[in-house]
Ligand binder design. Sequence first.
Ligand code: GDP
Ligand code: MN
Length: 402
Amino acid sequence: MKVHEYQAREILAKAGAPVPAGEVIESAGDAAGAYTRAVESAGLGDGGLAVVKAQVHAGGRGKAGFVKLVRSSQEAAEAAGFMLSNKMVSNQTGPGGLEVKKLLVAAGVDIAKEYYLAITTDRASRRDVLIASAEGGVEIEQVAHDNPAAIIKEPIHPLMGLQPHQARRLAFRLGFTGKQVGQAVKTMLALSRAYSKNDCTIAEINPLVVTTPTDAHPDGEVLAIDAKFNFDDNALFRHKDIAAMFDPAEENPAETRAKEYGLSYIALDGNIGCLVNGAGLAMATMDIVKHEGGEPANFLDVGGSASEEAVTEAFKIILSDEAVKGVMVNIFGGIMRCDVIAHAIVSSAKQVGFTVPLVVRLEGTNVEEGRAILDKARSEIPTMQSATDLGDAAKKIVAAVG
Ligand code: GDP
Ligand code: MN
């Protein structure tokens, strides 16, 4: 599960990392007030620096023009108006872009230097690893490609966690000096705590900045001004506070609907809808569809024990995709019973109707019963064909949509 930047900043601040204050708004009319409060939090008045940032589950906002520095309530209102009425297209959104419904208005900072800091699992070493770079702000993939030596990796012990001496050594290697060192260490330890406490898969601060020196802070201040957290879905049950941060507006609606019914559904670009039980069989089905020259419209695993209601919902989700020109059902009934699938096909035909070709391959538990149910309903589902095996099913559906 992903969360918005403003939520990630909250998590980070709670863990003890220094994060500038800010608030979330959903209408341009609230931007002026939010600006005033943001600059006040930094001890400034009108003319002070604030930043308006689109809250969407995608990065690359800066380059896309959806992170704007503002110096008055009017500029804040203009930036907010623009972001809420234009779709954001970045290298992470796809060409269609994303609608922006929430904005963060935060105290702005004068940046002397940007750093990169993240934690994720390194599968090769089977450890979590702290990844840091003094070349932050820009895309880290680009740095990794152009100048891999600029990326430092520090393994984290699975039982002891990130140790202060590791963080300190890293801070020196990154070039922090004076008071910055302690602040950078504090931030790294906070990031590490937040990562493990919340069962994250990624925790990232990009950029971590050092601000321009002032009389009050002659060494500058180390601050996290962008944060990103992804969480392990399988651990969400023990983090109710994190689960409550879920924003359905940011998800593919079909995928959200599928999740509610316990189905694993991922939308793809092709035109052949696939309904399969078991993730392995679903992968094999997609492979064989491609092998026959077709393109799957989705990955859908109804699982081992889905109810007739859930399977009917699965058909509705597939059929609601306008790109779908044919549906292939591939069931190998183990725990899943073929008669349950057959009933679901019949009830979907009644509720939505199969206007596109449907190829059904059933095998396994209660297969005779399943076939009998479908045979009886054949007149109600004129686009249905039966297949003898997986290869036959793929050939038939590819021919039918071609
Ligand atoms: P992203 O592009 O989606 O990762 O959004 P970020 O929050 O990382 O912002 C992109 C860039 O905008 C940063 O790398 C900074 O260079 C700049 N930026 C963001 N906030 C501030 C700020 O408060 N002050 C200044 N001077 N620049 C900022
Ligand atoms: Mn960023």
